[in-house]
Each structure stands twice: as C-alpha cells, then as structure tokens.
Design a protein around this ligand. Structure first.
Ligand code: 13P
Ligand code: SF4
Length: 301
C-alpha cells in the first residue's frame, strides 16, 4: 500500500500515543479494514466489542449511528467519528415523533428498532435489533405482533421466517434497494454455478433469488465455511474486497453498489480525527439512558 503508507504509519503512531483503537465496519475500504483497524465486523459485533474497549479513545470507521451506539455502550470513552456527514438513509427515514405517533396508532405493540437509527429514535424504542439478530429479537418478546422499524425490506424478509406479525415502516437502504431480481438472474446467466449471498436490506424479491441472506458477518462466515468456487455478495462494494483477501481460492464476482456514507471515512480523516480529537460523539444524557436500555436489551437476547 505505498500510496497510503504515510497515513498508515501516522495512524499507527497516533493510536499508541492516544491509547486509541479503531473499530471498522465490513464496508470500510481495504486499506482501513486491513491496515489500521483493531476490530472489524458487522454492526452487532462492533456494538459488542465497543462495550469491551479499555483504551481511552475509540475511532469508529463506519457511519454515525455506529459511533453513537459505541458511545451509548461505553460512555466514559471518547468516541470519534472522522466525518460527521457519514450518515445512513435508514437512520434518516424515521424520527422520534414518528415512533410516538405509531405507538398511539398501535397501543401496546412493542417497538423493535434497527440499530441503523439515531440515539433519539432508539430512546423511543423497546428493543433494538441488527440484521444479525432480528429474528431472535422479534421472537424473544413472546408477543403475536411487533412494530419493526424503519427498514421495510428487513421487516418483510424477517416476516417470512417467523409467525410473529410484523408491522413495517417505509425506510430503505439506498445501497441495497437498488438491486433487482433481474440483476441476480443476469449474474447467474453470466456466471453459471455462482453462489449468490444477499444482505437482508435487499428487497424480498432479491433475497428470494439468492442462495443465502444474512448480515455482513454472516455472509463472510458463509464464504469461510462453504468455500464456494465463485460467489457474488449482493451488498456494498468493499465487502468483497475485504473478504476476498482471506479467501484467495474463491472467485469473487463483483457487481455491487457503493455506500456514499461509509466512503466518507478515509485514512486521511482517521488521521486528523486522532490528531485533532475530532469529531467527538455526544448524546444528551436523558436520551442516552433510554437508548442504552434498548441496545442492552438487544445484547441480552
Ligand atoms: P450489518 O449489521 O449486516 O453489518 O449491516 C450494516 C449496514 O449498514 C448494512 O447496510
Ligand atoms: Fe445505511 Fe445502507 Fe449505507 Fe448501511 S449501506 S450505512 S444501511 S445507507
């Protein structure tokens, strides 16, 4: 990685000087994922690991809701997000007021909120979930009906796996909603025998065309376990780049969509985050206390 080596050297030194760790989501670019990150994973793994961090500073190489979740779970640490604009179309699709109105419309129905939401939205929720544990969370409540917000497609995909009735919202991931069933059929025609793995934020018609659907960690584990001769990961582009490094014998077919929010994080702004202590995540203490409960209930499932 000669072109990146100045930033990589500087980041490794700054991590030691500041007693910092870098948590990176599976959608981060390979030079971040493989060269400077201390902990990598899906949203669920990053939340669990954030709770255990003993270092003084956590740099979250991911999007804003992930940094907020880390701060909720380890509030005494300084949590830095290198670019405050690293958002998420799902997090932007719902407000705390929306949840209050839904509770009036569906009295007594528990609210399960995807972690891809703001802390203020989590604070209005009963329990959180990720794509890795959504079914288990929904079924843990022991009720016939839940509200599952805000990802309509994740809710529809989980509804197919459980007897619990799921009421959905209209939020979508701008990356995964762009895949179509025709895309998958074309990939299969062009690459006979290819194994197709899809993220459950994809529309149900897309998931129906896939061989397996699961969180980013579940897709990565599938490749390691099943070792398909060729595979396509129907998700964000950096996923294949990162997983392919570990599996040189597997052919990765690369149609993918970029997440512009994940791509706001670069080696350059990770370096300046550590140099300038920017941008520290803060959460109103009253909101944080309620949001933390929803996340902790999820982690207890
Ligand atoms: P995972 O929890 O599967 O890593 O997904 C997070 C995400 O933002 C997917 O778009
Ligand atoms: Fe949000 Fe989709 Fe980007 Fe994930 S990939 S951070 S869900 S916009």
């Amino acid at each position: 990685w000669p072109v990146f080596s100045d930033d990589i050297d500087a980041i490794l030194k700054l991590k030691r000087e500041r007693n910092a760790v870098i948590l990176a989501h599976n959608y981060q670019t390979p030079e971040i994922f493989h060269c400077v990150a201390d902990i990598v994973g899906d949203s669920l793994a990053l939340a669990r690991k954030a709770m255990e961090v003993e270092a003084d500073v956590i740099v979250l190489a991911g999007v804003h809701f992930m940094a907020e979740t880390a701060k909720l779970l380890n509030p005494s640490k300084t949590v830095l997000i290198p670019d405050m604009r690293a958002g998420c179309s799902l997090a932007d699709s719902i407000t705390p007021q929306d949840i209050r109105l839904l509770r009036q419309r569906y009295p007594g129905v528990p609210v399960v909120t995807y972690v891809n939401t703001s802390a203020a939205v989590k604070a209005e929720s009963d329990i959180c979930c990720t794509s890795g544990n959504a079914k288990a969370v929904v079924e843990s409540l022991g009720v016939p009906r839940v509200l599952m917000l805000p990802d309509e497609y994740l809710a529809q995909n989980i509804a197919k796996q459980t007897d619990v009735e799921i009421i959905a919202w209209k939020g979508h991931c701008e990356v995964h909603e762009r895949f179509t069933p025709e895309d998958i059929r074309e990939m299969r025609a062009a690459h006979p025998g290819v194994t197709v793995l899809a993220h459950p934020e994809c529309p149900p018609e897309v998931v129906a065309e896939a061989d397996f659907a699961g969180s980013t960690a579940a897709m990565s584990d599938y490749v390691g376990r099943e070792k398909p001769a060729s595979v396509v990961l129907v998700t964000e582009c950096s996923m294949s780049d990162n997983v392919a490094v570990e599996h040189p014998d597997v052919e990765f077919i690369r149609p993918c969509n970029l997440c512009p929010h994940m791509k706001r994080i670069t080696l350059g702004n990770i370096r300046s985050a550590l140099e300038r202590n920017e941008h520290a995540v803060t959460i109103d203490p009253t909101v944080a206390a309620r949001a933390r409960l929803a996340v902790e209930r999820m982690l207890a499932v």
